[in-house]
Write a protein that binds this ligand. Structure first.
Ligand SMILES: NC(=O)c1ccc[n+]([C@@H]2O[C@H](COP(=O)([O-])OP(=O)(O)OC[C@H]3O[C@@H](n4cnc5c(N)ncnc54)[C@H](OP(=O)(O)O)[C@@H]3O)[C@@H](O)[C@H]2O)c1
Length: 315
């Protein structure tokens, strides 16, 4: 049985990336179906196999995962069931019908000891259960389906679901001062930009043979590296220009904000490979943040623009 050309199956319905893919594919009239729980429950692999084989898509995009980084430390069985066994089942079912699998992974597969952006071939060394389960998923997907595209991304934000941008907006409306970690570096990434990148990759996935350069592991993040503190200041500054209050952001260290899971101190990802193979280069994260805040709050208010910003504008 072979896949039907052009149909895309998204695993996940309510997550940030799943909803962003829904928006992007709807806007471009790309044919797709999105299946979440209960139709596909990745902790119950046969549901994924049955649904994928019945739908016969040309490409399966796995946008679902166990994403609770701290909770995973005490819930390893569930994290591995979804991020490894569930992902493997989806990749195997896709292989069975000749479909490609797009699987999304994370910067948390690295330990953060490097001081320059990680490239795809750098050794992985996850610090926690979530990262370990995602790395196990990468390996399982790659072994199960030669037509795999594994996309590592990081610090995902969007108008949807729970994410750092929405948490900062809430805290900014409740408090006058926020303490935010300033010694973890990474690349904030818009789920919408990631979805647009996936949409641009689809034609190559549909046309390529399994040994094509289009398959393998790729890093895909918005341009620019910052800390959580830098990201928080940008969010709050941009929210203020849209009429929100402006809390003071204080830099603290990871040691001052203990969490159940350890996180890498530096997990910026190099994107030269995806630029070289697919011609994709995501815009700087502050621009993507603006789009997200336009959707969440509304456009920048003219009366809140600083004089130097107004001077620099071309219109
Ligand atoms: N968020 C980040 O900062 C970040 C960073 C790096 C990489 N990533 C990766 O990017 C991908 C997308 O993340 P995201 O931010 O969109 O995640 P998210 O918003 O947390 O959504 C996760 C999705 O997975 C679904 N899901 C969870 N358990 C499931 C199961 N047993 N069966 C089927 N679906 C299940 C959830 O379904 P319900 O809606 O039904 O709960 C939800 O739709 C994931 O692979 C994640 O590991 C995320």
């Amino acid at each position: 049985m072979t896949a039907e050309r052009g149909t895309i199956l998204i695993i996940g319905r309510n997550g940030q990336l799943a909803r962003a893919l829904h928006d992007v594919f709807t806007a471009s009239a790309q044919q797709f179906i999105a299946l979440g729980r209960p139709e596909i429950d990745l902790s119950d692999p046969p549901t994924a196999k049955t649904a994928i084989i019945a739908a016969r898509p040309a490409v399966v995009i796995n946008a679902a995962a166990y994403t609770a980084v701290d909770r995973a430390e005490d819930d390893a069985e569930a994290a591995f069931a979804i991020n490894e066994a569930g992902a493997k089942a989806a990749a195997e079912a896709a292989a069975e019908i000749g479909a490609s699998i797009v699987h999304v992974s994370t910067d948390y597969v690295f330990d953060g000891k490097k001081d320059s952006p990680y490239v795809e071939s750098d050794p992985t060394a996850p610090l926690g259960v979530y990262g370990s389960s995602k790395r196990a998923g990468e390996l399982a997907v790659a072994a199960a389906n030669p037509k795999h595209l594994i996309l590592r991304t990081s610090w995902v934000f969007s108008p949807y679901g729970a994410n750092f941008v929405k948490t900062m907006l809430r805290l900014n409306s409740e408090r006058s001062e926020l303490n935010v970690v300033d010694d973890q570096f990474g690349n904030p990434t818009s789920a919408l930009d990631l979805a647009r990148a996936i949409a641009r990759m689809l034609p190559k996935l549909l046309d390529s043979s399994p040994d094509s350069q289009a398959f393998g592991i790729f890093h895909v993040v918005n341009a620019g590296t910052t800390t959580w503190r830098g990201f928080a200041e940008a969010i709050i500054g941009a929210a203020h220009r849209r009429g929100a209050p402006r809390a003071n952001v204080r830099a603290i260290g990871t040691k001052d904000y203990p969490t159940r899971a350890s996180r890498p101190g530096y997990s910026a990802l190099a994107t030269d490979k995806i630029t070289g193979v697919f011609g994709i280069h995501l815009r700087p994260w502050p621009n993507a943040l603006s789009e997200c805040l336009d959707q969440l709050i509304g456009p920048t208010r003219e009366d809140m623009i600083q004089p130097q910003e107004a001077f620099g504008r071309s219109t």
